[in-house]
Design a binder for this molecule. Structure first.
Ligand code: TYD
Ligand code: MG
Length: 452
C-alpha cells in the first residue's frame, strides 16, 4: 500500500527533512526548505531480506571487462571538444543555460545532424514549434523523432519500445512522475525523474541529454543533487547583446573541465567559430588609450582578446571599481599592486574593466594586459597595438611565468602581432619565431619600457 506524506526538501542541496526549519541542517543555507508531498511505497523499515535469486554479486576488479569505451563522435566539433572527445554511450549530460541562450537550438541541431536514431522529448514546446525550429536550422532527418510528453513513466515506456541511440529531454524541469504529488520542477520530481532516466541510460547504454534551466544567480535550477547525479554538466552562456555563445564543461566524469566551445548564433542555427581570436579583437582605425591585447588560454586553446580599461577621477567619495568578464577581486588586487609597488595613485580613481566580445575568462595570464590597459588609460598614453601581453602579476609586483607560453606566442604570431611581453621566468622553447619576445621580471620595469 502506498501512502503519502509531507516532507521538506532543501532546494540548494536536496536534503530531506521531516520538519520545516529556517536553516537547512545539511548545507546551512537559510530559507531553502520547501514543502512537498511524496507518496512512499510501504516497505519494511531497515533490513530487507532478498530472495536468493535476486542477490547482487561482487566482481574482482581485475576481472571486470573494460570495454574501452568507444566514444560516439557528435556532428559538432565544439560539442566533441567539451565532452572530452565525443559522447560516451550511456552517459547522462546536463546542459544548463539561461532562457533564450540557445540550448534547444544546439541540441535539436545535433539531433538533426546525427546519423543515429534520436528521440527529442519536448516538454516545453509543441511538435509544431520544434518543427519550426528545425526548418530554421534547415536540416531534415527522418531518424529524429519528436515526443511531446512530460510524464516520465510514459516517456520511459516509449524509450523502452523504440530504443533510440540518443535521447534529448527539453527540459528536466517540465518532467514529472505520477508516483509523486509534488509539482514539476520541484526537488523531489527532478530527483525522481533524473534518477529514472539515469537508470534507463545505464541499463540500455543510451546517452541522454537533459536541458536544465538556470536560476537568477546562475546555478542550475533544482537541487545540487542533479549535478551530482549526471556524468557531465555543460553550461551554455553568452551575452544577450552579442551573437557569441560559449559552451563550458563544469563537470565531466569522462574528461577534463577546462574545455570551451565557441559558437555564433546565426539566422540558421549555431555555427562553430573556427578562429575565436578574430572575434574578440575589435577592429579600429585609430589608436586609443586604455586598451591592451592579452594572449589568454581557454582549455587548450589560445585566445587573443582585447582588454579595455577606463580610469577617471572619482566624483563621489568612494571610487567605483567595476569589471565585466574579469574577476573583480583580482582587479582590486592589481590596483593595490600598482599603487603600492609602482607608486601610481589610483586610490581616488574610478576604474572600469571590460573584456571585448562579452567573454568571461579566468586565466591569470590576463593580469599583465589588464595592468597595461589601466596604466594606458590612467596616463592617457596609447599602448602599442601590435603588442600582446601574457603574464601573471604577483603581490610584490613581479611578473610570473604562465603556462603554455609557446602556444600563446604562436597564436599571436599567426594573427600578425609583432611583439609579445612575457615574464622573464618563462622558458621558451621556440626555435624560429618572427615575433619579438620581450621579457620582464617586474611590472614597473615593463611600464618604463612601454610608457617611458
Ligand atoms: P532557444 O534554443 O529557444 O533557447 P533556449 O532553449 O536556451 O531557451 O534559442 C532561442 C533564441 O535563438 C531565440 O532568440 C531565437 C534565436 N535563434 C536564432 O537566432 N537563429 C536560429 O536559427 C534559431 C533556431 C534561433
Ligand atoms: Mg528551449
Amino acid at each position: 500500500m502506498a501512502k503519502s506524506k509531507t516532507v521538506y526538501f532543501c532546494n540548494q542541496c536536496g536534503a530531506e527533512s521531516s520538519k520545516w526549519a529556517g536553516k537547512c541542517n545539511a548545507c546551512g543555507e537559510w530559507n531553502t526548505l520547501r514543502e512537498e508531498v511524496v507518496v512512499v511505497k510501504n516497505s519494511p523499515a531497515g533490513w530487507v531480506k532478498t530472495h536468493p535469486s535476486d542477490r547482487s554479486v561482487t566482481q574482482k576488479i581485475n576481472e571486470i571487462a573494460s570495454n574501452n569505451t568507444q566514444r560516439m563522435i557528435m556532428p559538432d566539433t565544439e560539442l566533441n571538444l567539451v565532452l572530452g572527445g565525443g559522447l560516451v554511450p550511456g552517459s547522462l549530460v546536463l546542459l544548463g543555460g539561461e532562457p533564450g541562450i540557445g540550448k534547444s537550438t544546439l541540441l535539436l541541431q545535433v539531433a538533426l545532424k546525427l546519423n543515429e536514431q534520436v528521440m527529442y522529448v519536448s516538454g516545453e514546446e509543441s511538435a509544431e514549434q520544434v518543427k519550426l525550429r528545425a526548418e530554421r536550422i534547415g536540416i531534415d532527418n527522418e531518424r529524429c523523432d519528436v515526443l511531446t510528453e512530460t510524464r516520465i513513466e510514459a516517456i520511459l515506456q516509449i524509450l523502452q519500445e523504440q530504443k533510440p541511440a540518443i535521447v534529448v529531454v527539453d527540459s528536466v524541469q517540465t518532467l514529472f512522475s505520477e508516483m509523486l504529488e509534488a509539482t514539476p520542477g520541484s526537488v523531489s520530481q527532478i530527483r525522481e525523474c533524473t534518477g529514472k532516466l539515469l537508470r534507463f541510460a545505464k541499463e540500455n547504454n543510451v546517452s541522454v541529454f537533459l536541458i536544465g534551466h538556470i536560476t537568477k544567480d546562475g546555478s542550475i535550477a533544482g537541487p545540487k543533487i542533479l549535478e551530482h547525479m549526471v556524468d557531465t554538466v555543460l553550461q551554455f552562456e553568452g551575452d544577450r547583446n552579442y551573437h557569441f555563445r560559449i559552451l563550458r564543461t563544469l563537470k565531466n566524469r569522462f574528461g577534463g573541465t577546462h574545455e570551451m566551445g565557441i559558437y555564433e548564433m546565426t539566422g540558421t542555427g549555431l555555427a562553430a567559430v573556427q578562429n575565436p581570436s578574430q572575434i574578440f579583437l575589435a577592429e579600429r582605425d585609430e589608436e586609443i588609450s586604455g586598451i591592451a591585447i592579452a594572449a589568454a588560454m581557454e582549455g587548450v586553446r589560445p585566445i587573443l582578446l582585447e582588454t579595455q580599461s577606463l580610469v577617471s577621477t572619482a566624483v563621489y567619495g568612494t571610487p567605483q571599481r567595476s569589471s565585466t568578464g574579469f574577476d573583480l577581486r583580482r582587479l582590486n588586487m592589481l590596483l593595490a599592486v600598482l599603487e603600492k609597488r609602482c607608486g601610481f595613485r589610483l586610490g581616488a580613481q574610478d576604474v572600469f574593466i571590460n573584456l571585448a566580445g562579452g567573454i568571461r575568462i579566468e586565466d591569470p595570464a590576463l593580469d599583465l594586459a589588464i595592468a597595461t590597459a589601466i596604466m594606458s588609460s590612467y596616463q592617457g598614453v596609447v599602448a602599442p597595438s601590435k603588442t600582446v601581453f601574457a603574464g601573471e602579476v604577483g603581490l610584490s609586483g613581479e611578473i610570473r611565468a604562465v603556462q603554455r607560453v609557446e602556444q600563446r606566442i604562436t597564436e599571436a604570431e599567426k594573427l600578425g602581432f609583432e611583439e609579445i611581453v612575457i615574464s622573464k621566468y618563462n622558458k621558451v622553447q621556440i626555435g624560429s619565431s618572427k615575433i619579438k619576445i620581450h621579457r620582464f621580471g617586474r611590472v614597473d620595469e615593463m611600464f618604463s619600457w612601454l610608457f617611458g
